[in-house]
Write a protein that binds this ligand. Structure first.
Ligand code: ADP
Ligand code: MG
Length: 286
């Protein structure tokens, strides 16, 4: 039978909006050594706003924006939301075909028989579209557009760090747990967020499979890991971790389903709270 202390722990956690899917996860979380976090939607709000738009000479600004908006309608990624919010209603006259979302890269479709790409610069590389490499030297998230094999331009978008993220990192360190950040966003952006939160281990430009590889490396050195993600593209890493934690507000259904623990209000400061409840429960049970 399950000791009474576990029910107490699960109840205490749920009063903080932290849902444990089993008492065993309270136990594991109590002994976790490293908390690996996604950047977008976990430590940052995951709400991007468009800042600037740069269009290549041979292209028309309104047209490129309309294409981008029409293609992003097919994605639930926070980047896509930023584009809809900025560009408004989609031009229904645009006929997109063969639409595909490529996790960690962006979107691809055919428009008037020509290839349209909207995503990061890795997406343009993958489909052989050339661009001026000096564009990469900013600490901003970029959304690049390629059309018919040509670089059509890019948008810069910005996100904000969550107000309680600093507290979350400080408390994790006080508990003797190492905070680590993994992100598919550009390394320059990831470094800036990591520096402002005092996170010394941070990795950017990671594809979903690279994130999984990093988790495997950490586990190979006998480290017990909790992974915290916001959802989009995170289900595989959540499944690989000793404890998978999902932010419930923004999270995708797949990630919430796979997660062992769900933080309903998306506050990163609930991560150290959950660890403390896990440790207190252990002291009562053992
Ligand atoms: P993260 O949540 O860490 O940013 P993701 O794997 O969700 O990681 O995304 C990685 C990167 O892929 C994003 O930072 C963005 O540059 C690009 N990307 C993903 N989906 C889209 C999309 N719908 N539109 C534009 N870019 C995208
Ligand atoms: Mg993500």
């Amino acid at each position: 039978s399950i000791p009474l202390g576990y029910f107490g722990g699960i109840g205490a956690a749920s009063r903080h909006g932290i849902l444990f899917k089993g008492s065993n996860f309270l136990d594991t979380l109590a002994t976790i050594q490293q908390v690996v976090m996604d950047k977008t939607g976990t430590l940052t709000k995951g709400v991007f706003t468009v800042q600037d738009i740069f269009i290549s000479e041979e292209f028309d600004r309104d047209e490129v924006l309309a294409w981008t908006n029409a293609l992003e309608r097919n994605s639930t990624h926070p980047v896509a939301t930023a584009i809809h919010d900025y560009a408004g209603p989609v031009d229904e006259a645009l006929r997109l075909e063969e639409i595909e979302e490529i996790a960690g890269y962006g979107l691809r479709a055919m428009l008037d028989g020509k290839e349209l790409l909207v995503g990061n610069f890795k997406l343009l590389d993958r489909f052989g579209v050339k661009y001026d490499v000096s564009i990469g030297n900013t600490a901003q998230t970029l959304v690049a557009v390629g059309y018919s094999g040509q670089f059509a331009g890019y948008l810069t978008i910005a996100d904000e760090i969550k107000p309680d993220a600093t507290k979350a990192i400080r408390e994790l360190k006080a508990l003797g747990v190492t905070p680590t950040m993994l992100s598919g966003d550009r390394t320059t952006v990831v470094r800036e967020v990591a520096d402002s939160l005092n996170i010394s281990q941070a990795y950017g430009d990671l594809l979903p499979e690279d994130k999984a590889e990093k988790i495997k490396e950490m586990k190979a050195s006998n480290c017990r890991i909790a992974f915290v993600g916001d959802g989009v593209n995170d289900a595989p890493v959540v499944a690989l971790s000793d404890v998978g934690i999902a932010m419930g507000g923004l999270g995708s259904d797949a990630t919430i389903e796979t997660a062992d623990v769900v933080i309903q209000d998306d506050m990163p400061s609930k991560i150290p709270v959950a660890i403390r409840i896990g440790r207190a429960t252990r002291r009562i049970v053992w």
